[in-house]
Design a protein. Sequence first.
Length: 184
Amino acid sequence: MSHHLLFLKQFFRNPKEIGSFIPASKHLVEEIIKNINFGRAKTIIEIGMGTGAITKEIIRNCEIDAQIVGIEKNRQMFDYVNKYFQSNINPIFINDDVVNLNKYFVAEADYIISSLPFRNFNMQKQAKIMNIIKSNLKENGKLILYQYTNHLDRLLKNYFKSVKKSVVLRNMPVAIVYVCGDVL
């Protein structure tokens, strides 16, 4: 099954967890990837891998000694990524909810990339996820995430001193990329 068809099928099964009916476009992936300094990135965590649009580029661009950890709650999407995106860097893929990340992995990441649909989560789950992110991010690390609505400013400013955003028009739907640094 193609990754587009898999994405669409999983979206219709559970739109609150998937967040979109198609994977991130190459333009959205480029906007995310350009904010990662792969030369200094020793640990990158991706939460909400979907069918691997961003995962593929992280693996392709990272240094051979980098540690890549991806977590995906949806079993079918996890199986797809686990099958198609293994490489000589041996990424660690976890099939679970991000709130359980610390059961599997405790380290300080240089970058955390998130595709989670925060708009679909209640305030308690948003806070829990942000605390997991904060506990796994180096002091000078960055959170890079994208959303399809412009509603995360207040939440992100509770956790980061620096919150920058850009709009990716060449994505369906239009996406907002947030780059957050200086953990509070």
